[in-house]
Design a protein around this ligand. Structure first.
Ligand code: SF4
Length: 393
């Protein structure tokens, strides 16, 4: 089993192509293959055409998927029959709206330096106990190439703190080199950098941007992100959308002072930003931050939020975050999926750096090597009946 299924192009309308996966049709935007024709096979991710593949190769892959694809759908249908309770209702809502499609992205954390001092974050500037690292341009490009060519990922997130060592020139160089070497949906998660930089990265081929707004409450925002305002963050997110990026955004659960009403507003704000993906992470306190004594939110608080968001917004992509997996290393991811989520990221950061990207401690998965992590994810998808076909536009 692989984490993307090729589809056949059955219609083209300017930049929008219709792709067929067995008996299902999805739409995807085609920015990169001007001469793509009906009848060709492609991989799409995040509603984007990321790679065309030869018919014979596609046929072989589809043959290996045919039987499994039907079985996965049956499992998913069985798990969503006669829903009872919030989580099951949310999961059934996801099934009715989006079927069993699921996106699997890889994430590479290339620097843990940050100029900001968010009170909830272990890689904040003032954490002098943290050993810092930066991957250089070639190391990042090599890690991406390995993820795409060897591990067969079709979507990658490049993440760092707000690290100005990566100038516009360096970041453009990274994106251009990656896009030249590998067909991939590239998503950047580099914090609050100016919109001109984001425009340049888009022009170089990046198509997604992950920027969470963390809380819809402006007072909490200023308190926990000293020196920054919610308005600045929301302006950036809106600019990213205007540039054309797929936007991944959401908030933190468990900030001291966050009320139930705030959480509902957080969900509303997430939706009003029209993101391609919702991401809700629990605040897991890091011992070297001012919020070290804050209680960890219960797993159920995160599952409730995923479920409520799914019921309110049936067509959304909702991520199972690593922080959720960390709350319950055995069942966190599965329970997230069964509460309405339909996306997951696999950490592909080179092992020597993984434990240093310490936004919070003891992150799930850092004890495993990449292949073990991938096996675990594929096993999970098989158990709950999800298939890595694109969710479409
Ligand atoms: S949350 Fe982001 S911006 Fe804030 S300190 Fe952590 S890495 Fe830096």
């Amino acid at each position: 089993m692989c984490y993307a299924i090729p589809g056949k192009v059955v219609a083209i309308d300017d930049k929008v192509v219709t792709v067929e996966y067995f008996d299902e049709k999805k739409k995807a935007r085609n920015d990169f293959y001007a001469d793509l024709a009906v009848g060709e096979y492609i991989y799409a991710q995040g509603g984007f055409v990321v790679q065309r593949i030869a018919e014979e190769e596609a046929a072989n892959i589809l043959k290996t998927w045919q039987e499994l694809f039907t079985k996965l759908k049956e499992v998913d249908l069985r798990l969503t029959r006669e829903p009872k309770g919030l989580y099951q209702v949310a999961n059934a809502t996801r099934q009715r709206s989006l079927g069993n499609s699921c996106c699997i992205h890889g994430i590479i954390e290339f620097s843990n330096y940050c100029r900001s001092n968010c009170l909830y974050c272990g890689i904040r500037k003032d954490n002098v106990n943290l050993k810092r690292y930066r991957m250089d341009v070639d190391e990042i490009v090599e890690a991406c190439e390995y993820a795409v060519k060897e591990l067969k990922f079709k979507a990658l997130v490049l993440q760092s703190g707000e690290d100005l060592w990566y100038s516009q020139e360096k970041l453009v160089d990274i994106v251009e080199k990656v896009m030249r070497k590998c067909p991939v949906l590239l998503i950047v998660s580099i914090g609050e950098r100016d919109s001109e930089l984001y425009k340049k990265l888009y022009a170089s081929g990046a198509r997604g941007a992950l920027v969470r707004f963390e809380t819809s409450n402006p007072k909490l925002y200023q308190k926990y992100r000293p020196g920054h305002t919610l308005d600045e963050r929301l302006t950036l997110i809106k600019e990213l959308r205007e540039i054309g990026y797929l936007v991944f955004t959401g908030f933190l659960l468990g900030l001291p002072g966050q009320s139930e009403k705030d959480i509902l507003k957080d969900i509303e704000l997430t939706q009003s930003l029209k993101p391609e993906m919702f991401t809700f992470g629990p605040l897991i306190p890091h011992p070297d931050t001012p919020l070290k004594d804050v209680p960890v939110p219960p797993l159920e608080a995160v599952l409730n939020t995923i479920a409520r968001a799914r019921i309110l917004h049936p067509d959304s992509r909702i991520l199972v975050t690593t922080a959720l997996e960390t709350l319950d290393k055995e069942e966190g991811a599965q329970r997230g999926f069964l509460s309405g989520a339909n996306s997951l990221m696999v950490n592909l950061t080179p092992k020597k750096y993984q434990s240093l990207y310490q936004i919070y401690p003891e992150r799930a998965g850092t004890e495993l090597d990449t292949k073990q992590k991938i096996e675990k994810v594929l096993q999970l998808l098989t158990t709950i009946g999800r298939a890595p076909t694109d969710l479409g536009m």
